[in-house]
Design a protein around this ligand. Structure first.
Ligand SMILES: Cc1cc2nc3c(=O)[nH]c(=O)nc-3n(C[C@H](O)[C@H](O)[C@H](O)COP(=O)(O)OP(=O)(O)OC[C@H]3O[C@@H](n4cnc5c(N)ncnc54)[C@H](O)[C@@H]3O)c2cc1C
Length: 468
């Protein structure tokens, strides 16, 4: 039997295709110009875990590359095949919320469940998942598993995963945490033996196929207020951000440049953003009753001392960002300036913010980018140990213009080197374009990473080319 016939036998003829008209849809993504487009040989859409297992076993036997695909929103080339003959394993048909447990504040979901679905289901119980700045159509499993959740609430922290179910390349299913001992108890991340869930986090489809994830849910507070505080320089807001985070006063805190970041979030271009100060700190205060009032008063007093100015934005606009930052009823995400959007995302301490941005801007201007296409944003991501902050340095560009794509390549290489030299905690995710120069600098960690990967995937079939 050919591979196509075997795939048809496993998932049914209607769920597999080798037709280039279909496979072409999986060959590229719109944002990342550093991975050339390539069609997979087959697109397969299993409907059960058993079918996923059988496809993996076939691929393992035939040493055929497999690329897991959940919702394909991916913006960094992570599902673009790098080798001929690849199988695109589209698992979006597994789209059940297996369990939503309001008492334990957990949700167990399959990879086809989007944030939109999870937000709606949890809202009925006064709860919400940790929510990234992504479109609501993104797979909540993939986003969490890729360490995507960083933009919401430092109050929630970073670790939202309680347990994994993952099918390995040899077809075996691995569970993690307390679900190993008793499946019908509530979940606890630390089960018997070493905690290996973390081992899987941040591996872009290179360790197996995640079929279930149990996540923490968080409370929705009745009292919420958002402040937009305008500043005309980069240094001044740092003190305010530092204080409100250190003293655990805000649930969400985001530092943006006004012209580029406010319009997408506030959801309209019909506003005179250019009349606002150049930078804005957006902060959400939330809590219950009088605790909220006390907290709010302290925040107001810190704002007054900060040298910033509270902006009086129309209420409907102001509320939009609050949703984005905490709980996702809307997700405007419009990057409309030049059609394409480049960003390098990474984690680092807050106190390096001015240096990160100034270096990037200087480099981009030298290379020939226009100041109006250079942008940045920063989001504190955890209660303040290490001042952990998520950053994006961005360029708006037109990918049909070869010159600007070439300029972007030069800028990208310089930025990555520069950031590694300045010091960062890590990249948003390990993907082509940032991982190569990093592997050279992390000593024997790279060797152990490779060894672990070889142990799990000795035939190197899982999304090859995405890390090694
Ligand atoms: C405009 C825009 C802005 C965004 N902004 C943000 C943001 O601010 N914050 C944020 O967190 N996210 C953001 N995202 C979304 C983020 O990039 C996606 O959540 C992420 O790429 C996962 O996408 P996906 O669910 O479509 O997964 P896919 O694109 O399907 O897959 C991504 C990677 O995970 C692997 N993979 C997929 N499914 C599985 C599985 N079941 N098991 C194992 N491996 C798997 C793939 O092989 C691939 O390597 C944004 C997306 C867009 C389009």
């Amino acid at each position: 039997m050919t591979i196509l016939e075997e795939l048809e036998r496993i998932v049914g003829r209607e769920n597999v295709s080798g037709d280039p008209a279909i496979t072409a849809a999986y060959s590229r993504d719109q944002h990342w110009t550093f991975v050339p487009p390539k069609n997979p040989a087959f697109v397969v859409r299993p409907g059960t875990k058993e079918e996923i297992r059988d496809v993996l076993m076939l691929a393992n036997r035939e040493k055929t590359p497999v690329i897991p695909w959940s919702t394909g929103i991916n913006i960094r080339g992570m599902t673009i095949p790098t080798q001929d003959g690849s199988i695109m394993l589209d698992v979006s048909r597994l789209n059940r919320i297996v369990e939503l447990n309001p008492e334990m504040m957990t949700a167990t979901i399959q990879p086809g469940v989007t944030f939109g679905m999870l937000v709606e289901a949890s809202k009925k119980h006064g709860l919400r998942p940790a929510f990234p700045d992504a479109p609501l159509t993104v797979s909540a499993v993939t986003n969490n598993y890729l360490r995507g959740i960083y933009q919401t609430s430092p109050r929630d922290g970073l670790d939202h995963i309680l347990s994994f179910e993952i099918i390995l390349p040899n077809g075996e299913t691995l569970q993690t945490g307390s679900r190993l001992l008793k499946r019908d108890l509530p979940y606890f991340r630390y089960g018997p033996g070493p905690e290996i869930a973390s081992l899987f986090i941040g591996g872009p489809g290179t360790w197996g196929v995640v079929t279930e994830l149990t996540l923490k849910l968080y409370r929705i507070f009745e009292h919420q207020k958002i402040y937009y505080v305008g500043f005309d320089d980069l240094e001044k807001p740092i003190d305010l951000i530092d204080r409100v985070n250190r003293e655990e006063l805000v649930s969400s805190c985001r530092f943006v440049d006004t012209i580029h970041w406010l319009p997408p979030y506030l959801g309209t271009f019909d506003y005179e953003y250019e009349t606002l100060p150049e930078f804005v700190v957006a902060m959400v205060v939330e809590n219950q009753d009088r605790i909220f009032q006390a907290q709010d008063q302290i925040v107001q007093s810190y704002i007054a001392k900060s040298g910033g100015k509270i902006l009086d934005l129309p209420q409907d606009l102001a509320d939009n960002l609050k949703c984005e930052m905490l709980g996702a009823e809307t997700s405007p995400m419009i990057f409309g300036f030049k059609g394409n959007f480049y960003c390098v995302g990474y984690y680092g301490p807050l106190n390096l913010l001015p240096k990160y941005y100034q270096d990037f801007k200087e480099n981009a201007l030298k290379i020939g980018f226009d100041a109006k296409d250079i942008s940045f944003y920063a989001n504190t991501i955890a209660r303040f140990h290490g001042q952990s902050t998520y950053y994006e340095l961005e360029i708006y560009f037109d990918s049909s213009d070869r010159k600007s794509v070439e300029m972007l390549r030069t800028l990208h290489a310089r930025t990555v080197t520069n950031l590694l030299e300045t010091g960062i905690y890590g990249w948003f995710r390990p993907y082509a374009g940032v991982i190569e120069p990093t592997l050279e600098r992390i000593g024997n960690f790279t060797e152990y990473w490779k060894k672990l990967q070889n142990l799990i995937d000795p035939n190197g079939i899982m999304n090859p080319g995405k890390v090694f």
